[in-house]
Design a protein around this ligand. Structure first.
Ligand code: ZN
Length: 167
């Protein structure tokens, strides 16, 4: 397994729309393992393949306290329901920033698992919110897109400055 490099906002590659996975094979399972290792190492509660510059429809999440409830969803499709709830969100691609974002409280996800089997899972709470956030990445969308232009520009400037310092 390997820890992969995570792209950071405003990297234009984060705006790529991911392609559907056409075959679930050993290479894909290795990528899923690497994504889990990258997410746990960061540490974060979710990661989309887009964030490690692989433009395939794959997300991994684990919102559990003990970091022992991993979920990997391949070609996820969401049906959203329930109330609209506001949560402070962060993102491994927007390090250090947390802002309130509104999402649906429930999601039904249909996807393939890493064995290539079709699965359907009813999600709620943090897990439902996290999966909506990760599915946005597959569309090239970031949580900062839900914020005001002013806030997003401020975050972009701070991160660009941080990138220059690191370079
Ligand atoms: Zn994110």
């Amino acid at each position: 397994m390997a820890v992969l490099e995570i792209l950071e906002f405003p990297d234009p590659r984060l705006r790529t729309r991911a392609h559907p996975v056409t075959s679930v094979d050993d290479d894909l399972r290795k990528l899923v393992d690497d994504m889990f290792e990258t997410m746990y190492d960061a540490p974060g509660i979710g990661l989309a393949a887009t964030q490690v510059n692989v433009h395939k429809r794959i997300i991994v999440v684990d919102v559990s306290e003990n970091r022992d409830e991993p979920h990997a969803f391949i070609n996820p499709e969401l049906s959203l329901s329930g109330e609209i709830v506001e949560t402070e969100e962060g993102c491994l691609s927007v390090p250090g920033f947390y802002e309130p974002v509104t999402r649906y409280e429930k999601a039904l996800v249909r996807a393939l698992n890493p064995q290539g089997e079709a699965i359907e899972l009813a999600l709620e709470g943090m897990l439902a919110i996290c999966v909506q956030h990760e599915c946005d990445h597959l569309e090239g969308k970031l949580f900062v897109d839900y914020l005001s232009n002013l806030k997003r520009t401020r975050i972009r400037r701070k991160l660009e400055k941080a990138h220059r310092v690191r370079a």
